[in-house]
Design a protein around this ligand. Structure first.
Ligand code: COA
Length: 258
């Protein structure tokens, strides 16, 4: 089965659904329509036994530049039912394994979605960043909870307060990625691992993932909802509007009045 949903390509073969971000001219930034397609794909893949594993991948030079800034400026998510939040809940509660192949920049949600993947393989050109503060925003995807858990508080503060990028080797050291490989091998490594997972008994995979996450899912969803409230409000405030307008106008933001 093969289908194209806007700028998201979805291909299912031998139990593995591969989702490819396919909006390279805009650095795979994610629009409302793309979030809706992602949410629909995860929700459908959670059902039944045809899909056993999901793989997320981008381009060899860019994983994702995060939220589409023009989209956020024009139609910021109005409620928890907005496509972006629906996608985040779908990936955070997805019962089967998710494998990611990350090459090039992974900005904002491009990094935070990885916190909800089970295996992450990175090209040595990968660069991870969560520049929410620089955009007048706060963390999303429960990253305010999961990043300090993974990196420790001080490194999390550097990543989330300063929004400084970190490279593949640093991501490997803190455990955000499993292995760093040449970019040209990254998708193949992710596919090989997905294929191994797809050959295992699905019921055992699902039960093991449930137990690995036990005690955490409710807290993650609660944090995600709280972040979502703040994120939605802050998107409409002067700092974010200045940051987004400056990006669209290709100039430095001026936060002197924010
Ligand atoms: N939303 C909308 N458009 C975006 C985008 C985004 N998040 N990121 C990149 N683009 C667009 C640019 O506007 C540009 O469009 P144009 O060709 O019509 O002018 C095109 O993609 C190429 O981007 P450019 O910045 O020239 O590429 P680059 O290789 O120099 O830099 C990035 C790549 C990812 C480092 C840079 O684009 C970037 O920092 N993007 C914004 C990331 C961000 O802040 N995301 C939001 C997180 S919440």
């Amino acid at each position: 089965m093969s289908e194209t949903q806007n700028d998201i390509l979805v291909h299912t073969e031998a139990g593995v659904t591969t989702i490819t971000f396919n909006r390279v001219d805009k650095k795979n930034s994610l629009t409302r329509a793309m979030y809706a397609a992602l949410a629909d794909t995860f929700e459908a893949a959670a059902q039944g036994t045809e899909v056993r594993v999901v793989v997320l991948q981008g381009d060899l030079a860019i994983f994702s530049a995060g939220n589409d800034i023009g989209d956020f400026l024009q139609q910021p998510p109005a409620s928890q039912d907005s496509p972006v939040f629906r996608f985040l809940r779908a990936i955070a509660t997805f019962p089967k394994p998710v494998v990611a192949a990350v090459c090039g920049p992974a900005v904002g949600i491009g990094t935070t979605m990885l916190l909800h993947c089970d295996l992450v393989y990175a090209g040595d050109n990968a660069a991870f960043s969560m520049p929410f503060v620089n955009l007048g925003l706060c963390p999303e995807a429960a990253s305010s909870l999961l990043v300090p858990q993974m990196l420790g508080y001080h490194r999390a503060a550097e990543a989330l307060l300063l929004g400084e990028p970190f490279l593949a080797e640093a991501a490997l050291e803190v455990g955000l990625v499993n292995r760093v490989v040449p970019p040209t091998e990254c998708n193949a490594v992710a596919q090989a691992q997905a294929k191994k997972l797809a050959a295992k008994p699905l019921s055992a995979l699902v039960e093991t993932k449930r137990l690995l996450k036990k005690g955490q899912t409710a807290t993650v969803l609660e944090r995600m909802a709280e972040e979502g409230e703040s994120f939605g409000r802050m998107l409409r405030e002067p700092a974010a509007r200045e940051a987004f307008t400056a990006f669209m106008e290709k100039r430095r933001p001026d936060f002197s009045n924010c």
